[in-house]
Write a protein that binds this ligand. Structure first.
Ligand code: TTP
Ligand code: MG
Length: 380
């Protein structure tokens, strides 16, 4: 549960245009793409627990299967009963495949955002305020274009919600599925939210919902009828303020790129304590190769490179430098790593016991956009 804890606020003065893109019945749709003969049949993707043949739960199901009451979280045995007389297909989850598809779709989505934030394996927030000139009509056109591109290039449908913030965009996307597109303009927010059940708000689980019901609160509109003071009395300061803001459709959380690590490092023990550059580089070269593989996997280049030396007395030392050009080239990494070790050996009389290599200051492989800030080496 992620609650935002800002005090009672009005929406930011410059209206934002935020999109939430959520792929439809994602794992099951991936299976349909891989094997189109599954289309029009109920498809159930299962997490088998391995205890017995059919123990486990449903990860997700396509909309054909949902007609029979089959959905995420129910036992596989229950799903099989509900689909007993139907030509249904049960498949085990294949996370590697879904991750690959997810990454490809995210790369498409990222290209259409001023700021991009992946929020799950099949969903992402796009702040598109600038590129649509803060026009919700232009945002709708952009969403149609995105849906078309994802369908054409990946064969997948998605549902998109557009609103002045994350909260509204998310609820909008959920309100029309599959293949939906729902736009809620700022002046429509209260009218859109009011009739919805309170449990559509993040943070209103079964317990809170029944508590709210005993207070006569069934819809988001009912909740919006309470003063902030009363909500704070009832739910405490943090939740009370959150419920007040959320029920009025106020949410100032920014869309921000995250989930990217600030640095990648590898560290390893040398065969023996040494001050020999060649012996150190034999190990450090392997570490550079590992780092290069990781950079390639994440399609990143690094602008800072550092070394770590742990000496016989377990003291930790580091040196780092900023590169003229971001790189993921293993030979370039090794050249800089060698220079840094040479510098360390010149400046210190210590013998190395363990050595490490660390890169940071990432930019995407295909652009110069800065991703994370450089974090200094462990210790000097
Ligand atoms: P969701 O987007 O919640 O669900 P969905 O994409 O299957 O269906 P919808 O059309 O309603 O968006 O979740 C994305 C994926 O996460 C889903 O395909 C499978 C996985 N998942 C689980 O494994 N278990 C769960 O309980 C849920 C909710 C999802
Ligand atoms: Mg989904």
């Amino acid at each position: 549960m992620s609650l935002w804890k800002n005090p009672v606020e009005k929406q930011a003065s410059q209206p934002r245009v935020i999109m939430l893109v959520d792929l439809d019945y994602f794992f099951a749709q991936c299976e349909e793409v891989r094997n189109p003969s599954l289309r029009n049949k109920p498809v159930v993707v299962c997490v088998y627990s391995g205890r017995s043949g059919e123990s486990g739960v449903v990860s997700t199901a396509n909309y054909e299967a949902r007609k029979y009451g089959v959905k995420s979280g129910i036992p596989i045995t229950v799903a099989k009963k509900r689909l007993a007389n139907v030509d249904a297909v049960f498949l085990p989850v294949d996370h590697d495949y879904y991750d690959r598809v997810s990454e490809e779709v995210m790369n498409i989505l990222r290209n259409h955002a001023d700021v991009f934030e992946q929020a799950g394996v099949d969903e992402a927030y796009l702040d598109v305020s600038e590129r649509v000139g803060r026009s919700f009509d232009k945002a709708r056109e952009l969403a149609e274009k995105i849906k078309e591109e994802v369908r054409r290039s990946k064969g997948l449908t998605c549902s998109i919600g557009i609103g002045p913030n994350k909260l509204v965009a998310k609820i909008a996307a959920d309100s029309q599925k599959p293949d939906g597109l729902t736009v809620v303009k700022p002046e429509e927010v209260q009218g859109f939210l009011s009739p919805l059940p309170v449990n559509r708000l993040i943070g209103v689980g079964a317990k809170t919902q029944s508590r709210m019901e005993s207070l006569g609160i069934k819809t988001i509109g009912d909740l919006a009828g309470f003063s902030v003071q009363r909500l704070v009395e009832l739910f405490g300061e943090k939740l009370g303020i959150y419920f007040y803001n959320a029920s009025h459709g106020v949410d100032n959380r920014p869309v921000e790129e995250k989930g990217e690590t600030a640095s990648i490092s590898r560290i390893s023990t040398l065969r023996e304590d040494t001050r020999d550059t060649e012996a150190i580089m034999r190990k450090a070269g392997e570490l550079c190769d590992e780092i290069q593989a990781e950079l390639a996997r994440r399609r990143l280049k690094a602008k800072q490179i550092g070394i770590i030396v742990i000496s016989k007395d377990t003291s930790v030392h580091s040196r780092s430098k900023t590169l003229a050009q971001p790189t993921s080239n293993p030979e370039a990494l090794k050249k800089d790593v060698r220079e840094l070790f040479e510098r360390f050996l010149r400046e210190s009389g210590l013998e190395a016991r363990r050595v490490g290599v660390k890169v940071s200051g990432f930019v995407r492989g295909d652009s110069q956009r800065r991703l994370g800030s450089f974090i200094q080496g462990e210790a000097e």
